[in-house]
Design a protein around this ligand. Structure first.
Ligand code: NAP
Length: 248
């Protein structure tokens, strides 16, 4: 039986690259998406072309009912997950803190933070060796923004990723004795659609000269770090972070 990886936000960007690489490495892949059915179908086709098994579930991570349904579909199709990648995340139009509305803050924290907590909770319930599970690994997709603060762009997003870093440290300590490792990657500036939702599709081009490696990263480069943290190669690594950021 293949190991099972559940990836949130697997239809595009870093999540899609992670879904493809997980399938290549032999995982059965269940991934969620929010709206983009066409992109989800493309990822399914890519995984199947690799000879892998995949399931896409339309499920909003900030809806508890959707998260429960996501884990149920995953369990019904493949069995409980051995790996969770808490990847789904958003940012909103670039602005300053003094112009942020409560609605915006709620959207960003609901998806980036509460969504990750809900998925982590469901994963722990299924993975914990203390309640009959087989153990597992969780990778949270944070951001270098958690350390840099993203001034004049999206301090709310950066703060939500700071919360993800704290979730990673605290949960790793809680479940270290239950056969579950919890780690995070902190990507820097990666070529994906997320920058367009901030209102600047070419953000990578603007910033790249300030990156020590003088270029943006690719989703596949982040996926490789995620897959390493999920793998047995990382068997004594928990509560840790890999910055995939070209030195920024
Ligand atoms: P992206 O290209 O915008 O893709 C986002 C993915 O998340 C899509 O599959 C989207 O689904 C899904 N999604 C969004 N909201 C969701 C929700 N509420 N429920 C379920 N799925 C949802 O983003 P990305 O750049 O790959 O970012 C992935 C993660 O990496 C995020 O957590 C982001 O904060 C983090 N990150 C990205 C960068 C970067 O430079 N790109 C840097 C640091 C950290 P649909 O296709 O249906 O919309």
């Amino acid at each position: 039986m293949p190991k099972v990886a559940l990836i949130t936000g697997g239809s595009r960007g870093i999540g899609a690259a992670t879904a493809r690489l997980a399938a290549e490495r032999g995982y059965a892949v269940c991934f969620s998406y929010r709206h983009d059915e066409y992109a989800a179908e493309q990822v399914l086709q890519d995984v199947r072309a690799l000879g892998g098994e995949a399931l896409a579930v339309r499920a909003d991570v900030c809806s508890e009912a959707d998260v429960l349904r996501l884990f149920k579909h995953c369990g019904d199709a493949f069995g409980p997950p051995h790996a969770l990648v808490n990847n789904a995340g958003i940012l909103e139009a670039q602005t300053t803190v003094e112009n942020m509305t409560a609605d915006r803050l709620q959207r960003v924290f609901n998806i980036n933070v509460i969504g990750s907590f809900l998925c982590a909770r469901e994963a722990v319930r299924r993975m914990s060796t203390l309640s009959g599970g087989a153990g597992g690994a969780i990778v949270n997709v944070s951001s270098r923004a958690a350390c840099l603060g993203s001034p004049n762009e999206y301090v709310d997003y950066a703060a939500s990723k700071g919360a993800i870093d704290t979730l990673t440290i605290g949960l790793a300590k809680e479940v270290g004795g239950a056969g579950i490792r919890v780690n995070a990657v902190r990507p820097g500036v990666i070529h994906t659609d997320i920058h367009a939702s901030g209102g600047e599709p070419d953000r990578v081009e603007r910033i790249k000269s300030a990156i020590p490696m003088q270029r943006g990263g690719h989703a596949e480069e982040v996926a490789r770090a995620i897959l390493w943290l999920l793998s047995d190669e990382a068997s004594y690594t928990t509560g840790s972070f890999i910055d995939v950021s070209g030195g920024r």
